[in-house]
Ligand binder design. Structure first.
Ligand code: CO
Length: 229
């Protein structure tokens, strides 16, 4: 698939694949798309990296309509990012999702660029936030044996920091104040395995978020890349 194909032909192939996909779904459930067109009631919001090698909905066995999705480079949740906040607000207050999964991945190009202090242009400003995480955990990262271990750990720490960031939004805190059920999860993915790992930092209240925040450094003492599958 990586070979050069004349672009127009490639686009036609995409449209043909789409028709086959829709036909297959309709063969299983003839009213599937009709029902979808009426409403959506996803129970999950996914906040993940834009990386092309990750295919969130299908890789966890979900169908269209089952998960609301927001993706950006390096799965960052910044409190000044209106795009991410708008997605979260709509998902929590209108769709009433019960779970928000922040999913990062090892070998993330965004995390690596920030770690290497590489220069790619505008995106460097976006990745600044990862450098903040890196500086915050600098002493722990420096204790790790090599570059790969530090990068893996920074990918893990980035997920933890983003889960905290989600929990610190007025959107989530207001939901918890109202007594709305809302779980925040941190997952990490190793592309070479195709397997997601639960980082076991799930929180469902402000008190749990505070406790999790104070335990953040636990991740710094666990062997790198050792989040169990
Ligand atoms: Co990435």
């Amino acid at each position: 698939m990586c070979g050069r194909i004349f672009p127009v032909e490639r686009i036609e192939r995409l449209l043909n694949s789409n028709r086959r996909w829709a036909e297959e779904l309709k063969a299983d459930d003839p009213q599937f798309f009709e029902r979808l067109s009426e409403s959506q009631s996803p129970e999950l919001l996914w906040i993940g990296c834009s990386d092309s090698r990750i295919s969130p909905t299908s890789s966890i066995g979900l169908l269209p309509g089952e998960m609301f999705v927001h993706r950006n480079v390096a799965n960052l949740v910044n409190h000044s990012d209106m795009n991410c906040l708008a997605v979260m607000q709509f998902a929590v207050e209108v769709l009433k999702v019960e779970h928000i999964i922040v999913c990062g991945h090892y070998g993330c190009g965004g995390v690596k660029a920030a770690f290497d202090d590489a220069r790619y242009g505008l995106v460097d400003n976006w990745l600044r936030h990862i450098q903040d995480t890196m500086h915050k955990h600098e002493s722990a990262l420096e204790k790790l044996p090599d570059y790969e271990a530090r990068l893996d750990r920074l990918c893990e720490l980035n997920v933890i920091e983003q889960v905290i960031s989600v929990g610190e939004t007025t959107i989530v805190q207001d939901a918890w104040d109202r007594g709305q059920t809302l779980y925040l999860h941190g997952w990490i993915y190793r592309i070479g395995e195709g397997i997601y790992r639960d980082m076991k930092i799930t929180v469902r209240s402000l008190a749990e978020l505070d406790a999790m925040r104070s335990q953040t450094y636990k991740a710094e003492t666990r062997p790198v890349g050792s989040v169990p599958a």
